[in-house]
Design a binder for this molecule. Structure first.
Ligand code: C5P
Length: 304
């Protein structure tokens, strides 16, 4: 039997990006978070996190936007996940990124979820589903969904999940913006716009029509129900996104939306063929740093 030396043991977990099909934001809470109702869909854009034993805790990132990912363990979410599993964790964490950094697609949360799974397995920590979910919620509002994947309804600050019945496959075009947006800045901009207009937070609206559309599997019906309360705030901070959204629908997408806090714009298309056509046209329009396609729903964090 082949014997693997301990130091060479490594575990890789893959986690997916998300798009918020619906995001309604209520008022700011005493803890600074906003009460919200969201429907998440995990899509086929993945980060891989590989964890191996080492003399000390370190983290490094390669791939899309790697230079913008912090490499100090105190602020990197994947390293913080390792410390949540073992406060004395001595691990080398390598992140291979495809999910845009500060793109509104929960890339950091995907890395945290992947790291949580990899570290528990590598360190032999036997956490059940409840402990994993609690640790995930401590790390960030979107981390429980990054573990879960598929399609889910999120409430609270987004960390409380319930299952959603979703039929069919959804084909997206993603327009990655030239510069990122910070999530707290976008929430603060929404508060500022609401205060200026004298409109109180509408409150977290239940997305009943969207849930019916997802259960029916009718892509056009789902396209008609995409909604994001953070979109006006993202557009206010990056007005160029209006052009991006228009270019996507002009190119033949059924609908376009800012993903989460942005600035990534996600365009739902009738089918895979249409998505490929829209992506080519959008890339030619020069409104984004890069343009790609993805499909959903896909599973949450899993071993590879
Ligand atoms: O949970 P997470 O650390 O990812 O959130 C990042 C920031 O986004 C929070 O510090 C907060 O400013 C904002 N946020 C919010 N309401 C939410 C989720 C996030 O205001 N429901």
């Amino acid at each position: 039997m082949a014997f693997e030396p301990r130091a060479a043991r490594s575990i890789t977990v893959r986690a997916a990006a998300k798009i918020n099909l619906h995001l309604s934001v209520g008022a700011e809470r005493a803890d600074g978070y906003h009460e919200l109702t969201t429907v998440f869909q995990a899509v086929s854009l993945f980060d891989d996190v590989t964890v191996r034993e080492a003399a000390r805790l370190s983290v490094r990132t390669v791939g899309e936007g790697a230079a913008q990912v912090p490499d100090d363990p105190a602020s990197n979410l994947a390293a913080r996940a390792a410390l949540r599993v073992d406060p004395d964790a001595r691990l080398d964490i390598a992140i291979d990124k495809a999910i845009p950094v500060a793109g509104g697609m929960a890339g950091g949360s995907a890395d945290a979820a992947a790291s949580l799974l990899a570290c528990t397995r590598l360190l032999g920590v036997d956490w059940g589903r409840a402990e994993l979910s609690a640790a995930a919620a401590d790390l960030g509002s979107d981390v429980p969904f990054a573990l879960h994947g598929g399609t889910a309804l999120g409430t609270g600050r987004g960390e409380r999940l319930s299952p959603v019945l979703s039929r069919g496959e959804y084909h997206w075009v993603l327009a990655i913006a030239k510069t990122g947006l910070s999530t707290p800045t976008v929430f603060a901009e929404l508060d500022r716009l609401r205060a200026k207009e004298g409109v109180p937070g509408a409150g977290a609206q239940p997305p009943d029509e969207l849930l019916l559309a997802l259960a029916s599997g009718d892509v056009a019906r789902v396209a008609g129900q995409l909604h994001n309360d953070l979109q006006p705030a993202a557009l206010s901070l990056q007005p160029v996104l209006r052009r991006t959204l228009r270019a996507g629908t002009d190119a033949g997408a059924l609908a376009g939306i800012v993903s989460g806090s942005g600035p990534t714009c996600a365009f739902l298309c009738a089918d895979e063929e249409s998505a490929v056509r829209v992506a080519a046209e959008l890339a030619g329009a020069g409104v984004a740093k890069s343009v790609g396609t993805a499909h959903g729903p896909v599973p949450g964090a899993r071993f590879v």
